[in-house]
Design a protein around this ligand. Sequence first.
Ligand code: NAD
Length: 417
Amino acid sequence: MLGSPSAWDTARIQLENAVRHLGLDDGLHDLLRMPRRAITVSVPLMRDDGHLLVLSGYRVQHNLARGPAKGGIRFHPSTDLDEVKALAMWMTWKCALMGIPYGGAKGGIAVDPRLLSLSERERMTRRYAAELVPLIGPEKDIPAPDVGTDEQTMAWIMDTYSTHTGYTAPGVVTGKPLSIGGSAGRAGATSRGVQLVAFAALAEHGLDPYDVTVAVQGFGKVGALAAQYLHDAGARIVAVSDVKGGVYNPQGLNPAALLRRVQRGGDTVVGHPGTDTITNAELLELDVDLLVPAALEGVITATNADRIKARMIVEGANGPISADADPILDGNGVVVVPDILANGGGVAVSYFEWVQDIQAYFWTEDQVNDRLCDIMKRAYGEVSALATERGVSLRAAAHIIGVARVADAHRTRGLYP
Ligand code: NAD
């Protein structure tokens, strides 16, 4: 392995650790590691200027032992099959840990959506969705938004799938607009879960949640609202960033004002009045109580792990800490609340959305938030208790629980044929 482990390396190492703790045999380990299905599709897109661009798209269904596949769709230039495989594997353990009856999946297109017009994005999404029609469906595989996609993307996928099948199928995707079967509370669910778990972990580790400083990397769907909810709950947000860089004010930032700036078409937080500009690397190394990486995987590696000064890291993103950084952070006493626990609120409310779609009966936002809170608290309590009992990190404990539940489902179902 040259350089830092990739997302796929990291995911495999985390699985190996859980398998060792659980004493699973090699055959079951192989079954749990290998994706059940992985497809690559070519996505031809006619650009507005008449040129044909052929993009690569992916969908991986990592494991279906506990239910239909579930996972987001990412539009990002560095997306490739190995990244999607890693993200799909993490979805499997996350759904199991959250106690949700799904397997794990992920998909994406290697593209920078910011370089496409709205109608180009629509044509690309619809063609990609059409290629996936044989694979997805409310009982088979249910996509959701991820990096570079949003509720409009989900609406196009839902419409494309419904047109192909000949009837309206809201349950084929989650994270949809409310007008076509979305759920109240879904847009903020991942971030609300991040806040709930962060406060539980801070309190348990002797840090007063109402008196902590926080840096958030990534000011997108997860990061912006995580900053907002942490701020609303009483924490002081001192830095946030996006792909163009970060802003810092030790007295505290106003996430709502930053969100308005971005929603009004400002393409970055950088330059916001009353803030100093910092780089993403500097943000990660700030002397804060809590660091919330909420952008991409592999931002904390063996190269910078020793320079992390945060007391606690709550992973809003999937895989932001590579496997070679974990032992360094551990050795330095940094508490890491792992992705499959910390950002599990998104898939929890995606599950609620799917349940509501299937029943054609919708819940209030309070009902959604109360049930989300129950799931997050239960999952945090289980992980924390196992970590203490076995003397392992929260990441190891979360993976042991998730992997054990999937292994159990395999054993119970038996092997066909
Ligand atoms: P998003 O596209 O809405 O936002 C991503 C943010 O990261 C943007 O602010 C972008 O500018 C920033 N960014 C991109 N590249 C960067 C870089 N190199 N350095 C710093 N910042 C960078 O995506 P999102 O949905 O908020 O997802 C963020 C992370 O959270 C991903 O790891 C995703 O898999 C994970 N996640 C998302 C959800 C969800 O419900 N959307 C649920 C669980 C986990």
